[in-house]
Write a protein that binds this ligand. Structure first.
Ligand code: PEP
Length: 249
């Protein structure tokens, strides 16, 4: 993972069928005509990882999963392991997304063990953290995020390729975003916690911002100090929107 170049990663969540690969083809063609100044990744549902990896092969677009189990294999009906994602063509995996923390009760400890599983399989984890609206309103955003970083990043990440994504829960899919000052404040706190936890070896790992990133706000957000890229949900589903964000990096 090159650390100085920004990473723009799309999270398709539970969206996308084979027909969605047309958007990927459009994206691939646009990036072939005018290469991105950043790393570009798409994280489709597990059912599409293999096909999407085939569709972007040689096109410079990285492919990731949206979650994995901590175990490599076994009696976990419905589960997908890091090894399976890697085998399907992924090089990245999103872990600890707030939708998984909320819907599936994922704890920092579980996220940490999933990050270890990702490393074991040769995947780069993108570990998500972020405060709820109630926590922000209570003035606890920095403290909450710092605690998540300290407890969700396993020590094994020191010196490895990985990213952290700061995604305020209240900004995901809502059209709301923090001010640029608030983004900078939390990103600086995330960086300090990463260094405290993993040492200076983690100083170059990118910290992505996520939460209602659109072509209209991407350039400003990506220019904030310590913002090393973006994790993009809704706006990654359409090639034109995603490209608009990529061009802002
Ligand atoms: C996300 O789900 O990671 C996300 C940032 O979503 P959106 O861009 O739609 O707010």
């Amino acid at each position: 993972m090159k650390q100085s170049v920004k990473l723009i990663a799309g999270n398709w969540k539970m969206n996308g069928l084979a027909a969605s690969l047309g958007e990927v083809e459009t994206l691939r063609e646009a990036l072939a005509a005018e290469p991105a100044a950043c790393r570009v990744a798409l994280c489709p549902p597990a059912t599409l990882v293999h096909r999407l990896a085939g569709a972007v092969a040689g096109g410079g677009i990285e492919v990731g999963g949206q979650d994995c189990r901590a175990e490599a294999s076994g009696a976990y009906t419905g589960g997908v392991s890091a090894e399976m994602l890697k085998d399907a063509g992924a090089t990245l995996v999103i872990l600890g997304h707030s939708e998984r923390r909320q819907e599936f009760g994922e704890s920092d400890l579980l996220v940490s063990s999933k990050a270890e599983a990702a490393l074991r399989a040769g995947l780069s984890p993108i570990v998500c953290v972020g405060e709820t609206l109630a926590q922000r309103e209570a003035g606890e955003a920095v403290e909450v995020v710092r605690r998540q970083v300290m407890n969700s990043l396993p020590l094994a990440l020191a010196g490895q390729a990985f990213a952290v994504a700061y995604e305020p829960v209240w900004a995901i899919g809502t059209g709301l975003t923090p001010t640029l000052e608030q983004i900078e404040e939390v990103h600086r706190a995330v960086r300090a916690a990463m260094i405290e936890r993993l040492g200076l070896a983690s100083a170059a790992a990118p910290i992505l911002y996520g939460g209602s990133v659109k072509p209209e706000n991407a350039r400003d957000i990506l220019a904030v100090p310590e913002v090393g890229g973006a994790l993009v949900g809704g706006a990654s589903l359409k090639a034109a929107d995603f490209l608009g964000i990529i061009r802002g990096a």
